[in-house]
Design a protein around this ligand. Structure first.
Ligand code: ADP
Ligand code: 5GP
Length: 187
């Protein structure tokens, strides 16, 4: 059976991680891809679980050796998905979800047109800003850099296959499940 690749994107703080966590708890056969990043770990984040935390040199080395399916600079840090990791998961028969930024999502679609792109929208800009600030994981400068991306991200969302508004959390999780199970039936 063909395995599917789903890509979830959306502005920082919109609730991608929270929606995905709810989805994965109900759908344990899905694997969440672990990305590489040069960002510093937040309190509680574990190397090899949340991300593979790399130095800039290590990341650069992966770029030069063509190790990434996609990579992007986002708000001052580098993020990328290793080709090998995705290939391995698909070979093991796992359906896989990437949670990556909009630049990376469009790169994946170019290389793998069968990938399904899902964009998580905020109910309003104010809600997005409140969620990002309320998370208390970024300093003011980083919050500003992330908010500066929102307009471009919403423009890129037009190119996605699906858009889901994350207003009520349970509704957003149900909508994601509906979209994914619909796509699986078409596989
Ligand atoms: P992202 O992964 O998109 O950066 P997070 O999943 O970390 O965003 O969510 C950002 C903040 O918003 C978190 O504090 C989370 O608990 C909160 N949040 C996420 N979804 C909702 C929702 N539907 N309603 C209210 N708060 C939410
Ligand atoms: P954060 O620093 O909040 O964990 O992530 C910042 C942004 O980087 C989010 O939009 C997240 O989806 C994105 N991101 C995480 N991993 C990757 C990746 O492998 N590639 C790309 N392009 N973006 C990623």
């Amino acid at each position: 059976m063909n395995k599917k690749l789903f890509v979830l994107s959306g502005s920082s703080g919109v609730g991608k991680g929270t929606v995905l966590k709810g989805f994965l708890e109900k759908n344990p056969n899905f694997m969440l891809s672990i990305s590489c990043t040069t960002r510093k770990p937040r309190t509680g984040e574990v190397d090899g679980v949340n991300y593979f935390f790399l130095t800039k040199e290590e990341f650069q080395n992966c770029i030069e050796n063509n190790k990434f399916l996609e990579w992007a600079e986002f708000a001052g840090n580098f993020y990328g998905t290793k080709k090998k990791y995705i290939k391995q998961c698909l070979e093991e028969g796992k359906d896989i979800i990437l949670e990556i930024d909009t630049q990376g999502a469009l790169q994946v679609k170019k290389q793998m047109p069968e990938a399904v792109l899902i964009f998580i929208c905020p109910p309003s800009y104010e809600t997005l800003e409140n969620r990002l600030r309320g998370r208390r994981t970024e300093d003011e400068e980083t919050i500003k850099k992330r908010l500066e991306q929102v307009k471009t991200e919403l423009e890129r969302a037009e190119k996605f296959d699906y858009r889901i508004v994350n207003d009520n959390l349970e509704d957003a999780i149900s909508e994601l499940s509906r979209v994914i199970s619909g796509e699986m039936q078409n596989a």
